[in-house]
Design a binder for this molecule. Structure first.
Ligand code: FAD
Ligand code: DLZ
Ligand code: SF4
Length: 521
């Protein structure tokens, strides 16, 4: 942190809070100091770096407004700049400069942004300031930006499981006094990943009914370009800390007991199953990862007879494992990561990613629900929309733009690492050890989408053959040079090489046909 020569007699200070820094437990707010003014601002520049889902923008603005109100209630001094305010200059630096000048602030302070773009932006902004400034930690994550890099220093691979075990031990999460894992194993994934049985009706999602019509009006007046739909009289997402806690409690009481079991399951119309849907609350910092993990462990020990250990372990791994791991990879590998394109893919995203208008039932369902709720769960993102984009050779920039826009929880640091890294293998194997691609066999195994589909999952070529099948082999064929040495993939190439030349030609011809008519699929 620079320029820390700020003593007790600090003079008038302006503190900026970004839209994803709504952390009410931050040490900033421990004392009420009349010399400190907080500012939050709705700015066009942030609504324009991606074509965001309308629910994402409404959710962020509603949560920001509530956060500002709460600070005011606690008697903090707060300036809130709404999107349509006459004085709004529509960018962070223009608004900050105007406030610094107008009110004669003597110090400027901000929290480390989670996004590389804004981090660089504020480094430049503060360099040009004529007053002292200070940067604070956001006091949200378990890890700091450098921790993962330090852990893997000198290593060529960045195995998540290694990081996860390090985190379990470091934070004494589900470990015995001798640092061995509770119940003898670090990872219980083999007990998870079941298909949803036909007679299993998942719990209905717990939804809020927030009124965000005023903000919706502001978006219209300011002509903000968004995607997706919303019922702004009954906005379903949590927009303050209390609601975020209610959603977490609902998850712990109703979904945790089956979370791991059906974590990878997919079914038409079932858009949230046993998932927590707390990612928006976490990523805007209305919830802290530590409180989520602590509460989940507490819920488990209170209900050990009802919640099996593997359900809890699977959930905890997502938060202290995957989420923190992605943050570490982001800060280790940016800015180059945002440009990675290992397969040199160049295609455009099919038009129907923006409408859901495709005959492929798995994609139709996953995309339509994303447009309706700004949400899809992990396996839909990875094995349906991500899988297809990779098989179709779509440029990772296009894939990124889609994921960054469409989901409530999409912020660069976690979107890009999941999309380029986990889903598109654009990083050439930093996050994943092999590309997450599959033919229809996996989708048929894990979902009930195929039954209601125009295409036939069991057909590889010919009319109505499922596009995933031929595209799958086409992908492996095309990238043989880059992939055949990967020990985790070798077996696939054995199968491919054993196929007759005519069978291979038929598959590649079918794939070509589908790629050439991709917008009609
Ligand atoms: P649950 O299934 O209930 O999991 C609990 C929590 O674990 C989540 O809230 C999340 O905080 C964390 N978590 C789980 N998996 C991951 C992961 N792979 N990376 C980071 N955190 C994880 N997650 C985002 O938060 N923002 C994104 O922009 C995002 N983009 C993604 C893009 C792709 C292509 C893929 C494959 C995954 C992406 N994810 C992203 C990860 C994951 O899909 C979401 O975190 C999850 O679906 C959020 O829903 P949930 O809260 O119901 O999660
Ligand atoms: C996503 C978003 C949007 C749409 N609008 C704003 C905004 O007007 N003001 C703001 O402070 N933050 C916004 N955000 C969230 C920021 O983009 C987020 O803080 C950065 O991506 C850093 O992670
Ligand atoms: Fe998806 Fe193919 Fe199954 Fe249709 S048949 S739902 S396209 S996997």
């Amino acid at each position: 942190m620079q320029n820390e020569n700020i003593g007790l007699d600090r003079g008038k200070t302006l503190r900026l809070i970004l839209g994803d820094q709504l952390n009410s437990s931050h040490s900033w707010f421990k004392i009420i100091d009349p010399t400190i003014t907080y500012v939050l601002m709705e700015v066009k520049s942030e609504t324009e770096y991606a074509k965001h889902h309308i629910q994402k923008v409404l959710g962020i603005f509603a949560a920001m407004r509530n956060f500002a109100q709460e600070l005011k209630r606690q008697k903090h001094k707060v300036i809130y700049i709404q999107l349509t305010d006459n004085t709004n200059l529509q960018s962070f630096d223009k608004n900050c400069n105007a406030l610094l000048e107008k009110f004669g602030f003597e110090h400027f302070e901000y929290q480390q942004p989670d996004e590389y773009r804004l981090d660089e932006h504020f480094k430049q902004f503060t360099k040009e300031l004529s007053i002292p400034y200070k940067v604070y930690d956001s006091e949200h994550f378990y890890t700091n930006r450098e921790e993962l890099g330090n852990l893997f220093a000198g290593k060529k691979t960045f195995v998540m499981e290694t990081f996860y075990r390090y985190m379990r031990i470091k934070h004494s999460v589900l470990v015995q006094p001798d640092n061995k894992p509770l119940h003898g194993k670090w990872n219980f994934d083999t007990d998870n990943r079941k298909k949803l049985p036909k007679n299993q009706i998942p719990i209905l999602p717990f939804l809020f009914s927030n009124k965000v019509t005023e903000i919706e009006k502001d978006l219209k007046v300011a002509q903000i370009n968004t995607i997706g739909t919303v019922d702004s009289e009954n906005f379903i997402w949590p927009i303050n800390r209390e609601q975020s806690l209610l959603l977490l409690d609902f998850f712990l009481a109703n979904c945790l007991p089956l979370f791991g079991t059906f974590q990878d399951a997919m079914a038409p119309k079932e858009w949230s199953l046993y998932h927590s849907r707390i990612s928006f609350s976490l990523n805007t910092k209305m919830l802290s990862p530590k409180e989520v993990v602590d509460k989940a462990i507490e819920a488990y020990f209170k209900n050990e007879d009802k919640v099996e250990f593997h359900q809890l372990e699977g959930f905890v791994r997502q938060i202290i494992g995957w989420r923190e791991y992605m943050r570490g990879i982001y800060w280790l590998k940016m800015p180059g990561y945002a440009k990675s394109n290992f397969f040199e893919h160049e295609q455009k995203l099919p038009d129907w990613y923006w409408t859901g208008n495709t005959k492929m039932n798995c994609l139709k369902n996953s995309i339509s629900q994303s447009l309706e709720f700004a949400y899809a769960h992990h396996i839909q993102r990875l094995m349906i929309t991500g899988n297809f984009a990779l098989l179709a050779g779509v440029h990772p920039d296009e894939v990124d733009a889609w994921y960054l826009g469409i989901y409530m929880d999409a912020f660069d640091w976690v979107e890009i690492t999941n999309t380029r890294g986990m889903s598109q293998f654009a990083d050439g194997g930093i996050v994943g050890t092999k590309p997450y691609v599959s033919s229809a066999a996996y989708i048929q195994k894990m979902s009930s989408y195929c039954g209601g589909c125009y295409y036939d999952y069991s057909k590889k070529t010919g009319p109505k053959s499922c596009p995933f099948n031929s595209l799958y082999w086409n992908f492996y064929d095309k990238h043989e040079e880059k992939l055949s040495k990967n020990p985790r993939i070798g077996m696939m190439y054995n199968v491919w090489h054993k196929m007759s030349p005519s069978a291979k030609a038929e598959l590649l011809e079918q794939a070509d046909f589908y790629l050439n008519t991709i917008n009609q699929l």
